[in-house]
Design a protein around this ligand. Sequence first.
Ligand code: C5P
Length: 305
Amino acid sequence: MCRKITVLAPAKINLALHVTGRRPDGFHELETCVIFGGAADRISISHCELDSATSTSPRISVHGRFADKLGNAADNIVLKAAVLLMQQAKDDSLVSSVPFCETLISLDKRLPVASGIGGGSSDAAAVLRGLNEFWELGYSPSKLEVMSVSLGSDVPMCVRNMPVLATGTGTELENLPDLPDFAIVLVHPGFALSTPDVFAKLVEKNNTRLPVIPEVFGDLSSLANWLETARNDLEPAAIKLCPEVRMCLDHLKQTGGCTLARMSGSGATCFGIFETRLQADRAQVKLMSEIPDYWIQSGSMISLR
Ligand code: C5P
């Protein structure tokens, strides 16, 4: 029987993101609370016939709603992740008989590209998790996290795939206290925003730190109350480049049951938080009639603990 596994690459959502400084290497010091969910790309991994005698790494195929927006980007990050893991396994002499080149990685691209919800980073993380299982390498989740730093600042948090506080450049992770379950609506206006361009528009780089994180969030209103005291410092910079971000936020805030609306990461995707999935689904229907050209997706947060 042909073996095939499928791994989800969920959206990464920055509930709050404070930029607290700029480092000499140009990267920024961040404090950000991240959750996963709402929508996801899907990565399937299976065996394939050897493409050519010279092929040494897995093959990538991309389909799905946003496949055509990807260009070479998927090849780059998905293939980079696969090659990184393959190289590590070879260096560790873990397996000599794995036919790395007879592996097909198929990416169903459902998340908008360059949109602040870590699509590429989440795909890379899912490839690491999936290939680790498919090739039976046995690397621990923490080993995969360490390995993934070279792929990008957001990749380690995506490997962990659970609510975290990320500090430093985004790669130092600490699990958040248990969060109440909630639902999410994601809204994207259809414009790709480059992360470096958004950081370049940031006027104040030395902002205040995140407010102290409570030891427990009893319910959604206590989480929302805490989030109201935090910000996404990149929001004003993103709005300068893409004024439609403000429209996404205004529309979300006007839907019934929206507890909080904010931009994620460097944008332009905005998210709304809802107590129930029913409220989020109803908001999705309303928004689809108001702003039909935007990408709108309701879903639940992932709590894996
Ligand atoms: O790490 P990654 O390649 O995903 O970062 C993309 C870009 O985002 C960087 O080249 C940098 O311009 C910006 N960035 C930053 N500070 C961070 C993370 C990313 O300035 N902490």
